[in-house]
Ligand binder design. Structure first.
Ligand SMILES: Nc1ncnc2c1ncn2[C@@H]1O[C@H](COP(=O)(O)OP(=O)(O)O)[C@@H](O)[C@H]1O
Ligand SMILES: Cc1cn([C@H]2C[C@H](O)[C@@H](COP(=O)(O)OP(=O)(O)O)O2)c(=O)[nH]c1=O
Length: 216
């Protein structure tokens, strides 16, 4: 397989979705390989159905392990339906969140344990880790204040969690970043949106100079 797989990670409100919208055409201008953008949970019809179940605001009694298994199931289907076929066709796969989200949110945030959650995800992803992960570093306070400003009253179940949950997610991400220095590169996501995008663009083009080599 010669496509490349890049995931984007970070706490809620890190600005991944916003940055990806601008980043995608900038990256596409630098390569002849088609770029496919997707997200988790979701990204394929079955996975989007699972997403609706997990993020349902009314369903506040879901068991943590049920939730972790549903995220892993959605990920498996996304991998099979979208990620692997994209890579097989030599395309570039960008995913807004992947396995590190489960390790941080379910493992750390929900206190299931990072290695336990990594284990069920190993079963789901079967060795298919991203070639590169961009971590959007933003403190829980800044991330949550961005979200609150936007959709007051329309926050989903996870975004309504206590700050202690988000602090545990943040600390877990720090641990994951520390444990995976080759795969995960951190960018300062508290900067202005244009700077966040240009930093992400620099990291990606530097990592894959033979792929993003147009217009130079
Ligand atoms: N660099 C930034 N500085 C300030 N606000 C930002 C920045 N990037 C995104 N935002 C705002 O923060 C909110 C969350 O951004 P979003 O891209 O949805 O984050 P994520 O997808 O990582 O949860 C949005 O209102 C967005 O406009
Ligand atoms: C992929 C994934 C997401 N999540 C959480 C993170 C977010 O709070 C939520 C995804 O909602 P979404 O609205 O897509 O948020 P964002 O724009 O921040 O990515 O699901 C997990 O808890 N575990 C996971 O494995």
């Amino acid at each position: 397989m010669s496509g490349i797989f890049i995931s984007f990670e970070g706490p809620d409100g890190a600005g991944k979705t916003t940055a990806l919208k601008t980043l995608m055409p900038l990256l596409q201008a630098k390569t002849d390989q088609e770029i496919v953008l997707s997200r988790e949970p979701g990204g394929s019809p079955i996975s989007e159905k699972i997403r609706k179940i997990i993020l349902d605001i009314h369903d506040e009694e879901m068991d943590s392990r049920t939730e972790a298994l549903l995220y892993a199931a959605a990920r498996r289907q996304h991998l099979i339906d979208v990620i692997l076929p994209t890579l097989k066709e030599d395309k570039i796969m960008l995913s807004d969140r992947f396995v590190d989200s489960s390790i941080a949110y379910q493992g750390g945030g929900r206190e299931i344990g990072m290695s336990e959650v990594a284990e069920i995800n190993d079963f789901a992803i079967d060795g298919h880790l991203p070639d590169l992960t961009i971590y959007f570093d933003v403190s829980p306070e800044v991330g949550l204040s961005r979200i609150r400003k936007d959709h007051e009253g329309a926050m989903d179940r996870l975004e309504k969690e206590a700050i202690s949950f988000h602090n545990r997610v943040y600390d877990s991400y720090m641990q994951i970043v520390k444990d995976n220095p080759d795969r995960i590169k951190t960018i300062d996501a508290e900067q202005a949106p244009e700077k966040v995008v240009s930093d992400a663009l620099n990291v990606i083009t530097k990592q894959f100079p033979n792929i993003f080599n147009k217009g130079e």
